[in-house]
Design a protein. Structure first.
Length: 407
């Protein structure tokens, strides 16, 4: 009896069209969509070429200027094996700065055909190459802070990721389709409606005068100090999908320990069973059962041993019902207890209550916003209770059993 090959699946064109419309007409401009005359660069792996075409067409129809960059998959291992340190550190500054000046938006599609492509590469080479692009990231953040640049990220389903989480490629794609409301006739309208609800949650969080959070469960006993002039963010198009609510705490006030039950797929490697211990805001102990060498190398990066983000996802809001072996989705999963994640490394400046453009580098340091070339989210889906301790000393449970208590 002949068996069907389920390793290949391509969503219908109408689904890819809806996907492109969500990314272009909703996600860009922080939930408002791109404007006519704006320049949008789309970085799309070659395996996702059908989506690149739809992105191009939607941008053109909206009156924008698409720059489509198809990136080859399967090249990274050769690059890191062959590249000298000089080649790893190469940075075309003038070209890159001109590109930053040109762009209004950037759309990035993830399609990792081999999540462990770099598992035998020296982690120091990986971070050296990453650090060479620090100026590029800084220039984009500066432009974003000025309100002149936005970005978004989406996911293309690949067989390797589907196999990793025990799904057929078609079922893996069904998670993407449902998570992004692509099963609806007008997914942009669905996202706009959800954004209204997300803004209500953020408003309630930001009305609270929280001094610090106590996060407690069988895998966590952590204190996270929010710091002055902090706000919570979420939604708004920076990630598609995005069901999380996050803030960038004052790194100096992080104390305690946390274990993460979800694997981390990062830099062509997989890390499992990560645990972190903080004292006076610094990671004093860190271990991963798998991938520990890379974890230690990551933490050696400038300020990567400090917290940059703390996040919670309400299980009632998320349309993701299965782990996906991809941080973009796993940090937004629902499940029985929602999820929490924290990021080591860089903080988000849009979590400042005020105009980020008004602050200097020294001001950011004084407020405890961490600055680092690293920003890696690590995820736990185990049960936890989050208690907010207010500046006046009162206490309020704001999250338990995977849900915000006030929503």
């Amino acid at each position: 009896m002949k068996t069907l090959d389920t390793s290949f699946y391509l969503p219908p064109t109408k689904i890819l069209r809806r996907y492109a419309e969500v990314l272009v007409k909703f996600a860009l401009n922080s939930g408002k969509g791109m404007k006519a005359g704006e320049v949008v660069e789309c970085t799309v792996p070659d395996v996702a070429k059908p989506l690149a075409r739809e992105l191009q067409n939607v941008i053109l129809e909206a009156g924008g200027h698409p720059i489509i960059r198809l990136t080859p998959t399967g090249f990274s291992k050769d690059f890191f094996q062959l590249a000298s340190n000089d080649q790893l550190e190469f940075f075309p500054a003038e070209f890159t700065k001109a590109k930053v000046a040109l762009l209004n938006h950037h759309i990035s599609i993830i399609a990792d055909v081999d999540p462990q492509e770099l598992k035998n590469i020296d982690p120091q080479k990986i971070t050296l190459s990453r650090d060479s692009k620090t100026k590029y990231r800084e220039w984009l953040v500066e432009k974003e802070t000025q309100g002149k640049f936005t970005w978004t990220i989406g996911l293309w389903g690949v067989e390797a990721a589907a196999r990793e989480v025990g799904l057929s490629l078609k079922d893996y794609w069904q998670q993407i389709i449902k998570a992004c409301f692509l099963d609806k006739a007008n997914p942009v309208a669905e996202w706009q409606e959800l954004l209204i609800f997300q803004r209500q949650i953020k408003a309630k969080l930001n009305e609270m005068e929280i001094d610090y959070l106590e996060v407690k469960g069988k895998d966590v006993d952590l204190r996270v100090k929010l710091g002055a002039n902090r706000i919570w963010n979420g939604g708004g198009g920076r990630n598609i999908p995005s069901f999380e609510f996050f803030t960038s705490p004052d790194w100096r006030g992080t104390e305690g320990w946390i274990k993460f039950n979800q694997p981390l797929y990062r830099y062509g490697n997989v890390l499992r069973d990560i645990s972190l211990t903080f004292k006076d805001g610094i990671v004093t102990q860190a271990h991963a059962r798998v991938g520990n060498k890379l974890l230690q190398q990551m933490l050696k990066s400038k300020n990567a041993n400090k917290i940059g983000e703390y996040s919670l996802t309400d299980k009632r809001m998320s349309r993701i019902t299965h782990v996906m072996a991809e941080t973009l989705y796993d940090e937004n999963i629902g499940g029985p207890f929602g999820n929490t994640h924290l990021a080591i490394g860089m903080a988000y400046k849009d979590c400042y209550r005020g105009n980020p453009a008004d602050l200097s580098k020294e001001d950011w340091e004084a407020h405890g916003f961490n600055d680092s070339p690293e920003h890696t989210d690590i995820i736990s889906t185990t049960d936890r209770t989050v208690t907010a301790v207010m500046t006046n000393g009162t206490r309020r449970v704001i999250y338990e059993k995977g849900m915000f208590t006030f929503a």
